[in-house]
Design a protein around this ligand. Sequence first.
Ligand code: B1M
Length: 238
Amino acid sequence: MAEDQEEDIILTELPDNELVEQMHDDLYDGLADEISEGTQILLNRGWTPYEVLTKALVEGMRIVGVDFRDGILFVPEVLMSANSMKAGMIILRPLLAETGAPKMGKMVIGTVKGDIHDIGKNLVSMMMEGAGFEVIDIGINNSVEEYLAALEEHQPEILGMSALLTTTMPYMKVVIDTMKEKGIRNDYIVLVGGAPLNEAFAENVGADAYCRDAAVAVEAATEFMMHRQGMAAAQMAS
Ligand code: B1M
């Protein structure tokens, strides 16, 4: 009976609030096709990509996270939810990047060694691209050598690091300390983020700022870049 009822749901016929709730359920159940369809329907109804991202996808993933924490969901199920989230993000990515904003600067971003969580990092990349930044995403499980090689190769203004585990977040300090040892720390704006971090941690490891979410990452990056450009202009004038 329950199965028959599920088959009867036609996403296009649901009003916005019910569709969003249904998308939370579909994310929970790892139904990637339904998430793609729901994402497209909301966009067709005039929702902004950012609204779809935060209200339908991120909120759905937050619910998944609660049940993962409480031992109701397990890794294989959460992986399916993550893949469904990515199915929605694939549709939103070009739209978020399509603002036509002038290039603000360049960022290398990656998840630290030992950590394979990448959804938050991918969101940050998308939002930064949408705000006019060029983003080089070096993926997950990055060693200090890989971060340094990416900085050397791409010469960004900003380094972004992500960590979702309390066991991997201290690795950010390893990267920043190595940058200090090599005398290159002050060449970059270092932004860090991830659910278990906070401002005190960021300060403690020597980052320039902790970014609570992707929107804050964009704000911080923009502010630091404007400050940098202001300093450069002042130096040229003097
Ligand atoms: Co993982 N996992 N997981 N997991 N997982 C967490 C993080 C956990 C909190 C779940 C829980 O217990 N409630 C817990 C960590 C506990 C802890 O450390 N204290 C946990 C655990 C324990 C594990 C494993 C160890 C489980 C196991 O194997 N027994 C394992 C570790 C694997 C590893 O990394 N070595 C593991 C595995 C997995 C999956 C593979 C199943 C999957 C990852 C799939 C993927 O990413 N491709 C997964 C998932 C999906 C989660 C949860 C449920 C969701 C994470 C997520 O995507 N959130 C998570 C629970 C939770 O966080 N509530 C959990 C949505 C995302 C939009 O938010 O990532 O916070 P978030 O990103 C935000 C901000 O934090 C910020 O902006 C983003 C967008 O707004 N931000 C940045 C993030 N990075 C930034 C970088 C920046 C700036 C801002 O740079 C400038």
